[in-house]
Design a protein around this ligand. Structure first.
Ligand code: ATP
Length: 307
């Protein structure tokens, strides 16, 4: 069972954590508000949100001219479902998530939410429906209470605490001398990676978005922490359309759809069992993963509470 909580090491590659980790984009927009890549068209309407269906249709994308990063990527995620992105480092997984948040505009094809091309609607309205749990969360130099409240600035103290409880960080916070008034961030108390991720989860719980974008941590956390994080993540993703860059076995096993990316293309797609039966790239990755670990998997005993 311990194996379920250890990070996946697809293809045995290492993840370039700093360059490619999914930084807290919402913070990025605050910091670089004047220098946005993406502009709203004049009189762009708000996104008319229904249920949170996501579609990528023949998406092409490059950061720099000449080097195509996504090549003809098409997939759809039905409302409330979870899609897991797997593949080697640099295959374009985080790029897909950035495009969904409209951090960049596509070079060809379209990204749609509930049938509307995201490049035609107000960015702010799109982003108001999307919650992001990055791999490495940036904390502001402020109290832990305000750091959580950032998920929804109008939330009451009670709601902040309820979100912290759901994210399994409340007990930790009240153990600090100043409790919720503890200063965190660069100039305050330093939180561990697992604690910061739980702050991000608490923010997302407060925001209560219908779409969740999640970049699972690659760093190994202790089993207990990992178990708590998995449980709180399952809570935040329940009944929400979720796109996850997956590094956890339990995530891929439970996903409604797995997309296997390589060099910016989707090479295989399906559920875990389907892909294993197919005997292609995914099943090769799986076998490699299995032979790299001593334990046999009794993964099915560990289902996310997502129905
Ligand atoms: P990892 O698992 O390492 O996070 P990934 O599959 O998420 O990888 P992406 O972060 O989507 O991969 O990157 C895909 C490619 O795009 C890589 O070759 C990367 O070097 C390149 N890339 C990513 N961000 C930028 C950027 N801001 N400018 C230029 N190239 C970039």
């Amino acid at each position: 069972i311990i194996q379920l909580y250890t990070p996946l090491n697809w293809f045995g590659t290492y993840y370039r954590m700093i360059q490619n980790s999914f930084i807290d984009m919402e913070n990025m927009f605050e910091l670089f508000a004047e220098d946005q890549e993406v502009k709203d068209v004049v009189n762009a309407p708000e996104l008319r949100f229904h249920a949170g269906k996501i579609e990528f249709e023949n998406v092409h994308f490059s950061y720099l001219d000449g080097k195509e990063i996504l090549r003809d990527v098409s997939f759809s995620v039905m409302p409330g479902q979870t899609v897991a992105l797997v593949g080697p480092s640099g295959s374009g997984k985080s790029t897909i998530i950035r495009l969904l948040f409209r951090f960049y505009d596509v070079k060809g094809g379209s990204v749609r939410v509930d049938g509307q091309d995201t490049s035609t609607v107000l960015q702010a309205s799109l982003r108001s429906h999307i919650g992001v749990v990055p791999q490495d969360t940036v904390l502001f130099n402020d109290t832990i209470r305000n750091n959580i409240r950032y998920g929804r600035v109008t939330a009451s103290d009670r709601e902040v605490e309820e979100a912290a409880m759901a994210a399994d960080i409340h007990d930790r916070i009240v153990s600090f001398r100043d409790g919720y008034d503890t200063q965190v961030g660069e100039r305050g108390l330093k939180l561990s990676g697992g604690e910061k991720q739980r702050v991000a989860i608490a923010r997302t719980i407060l925001k209560s978005p219908q779409i969740v974008l999640l970049d699972e941590a690659t760093s190994a956390l202790d089993t207990e922490t990992e178990r708590n994080i998995q449980a709180s993540l399952a809570r935040v993703c329940a009944n929400r359309t979720t796109v996850v860059v997956a590094h956890r076995l339990s995530t891929v096993i439970n996903a409604d759809q797995i997309l296997v990316l390589k060099d910016g293309q989707i090479l295989e797609r399906g559920r875990h069992e389907e892909l294993l039966t197919k005997g292609g790239i995914y099943s090769g990755m799986w076998q490699k993963q299995q032979s790299g670990t001593e334990e046999s998997s009794d993964s099915d005993t560990e289902r996310k509470d997502r129905s």
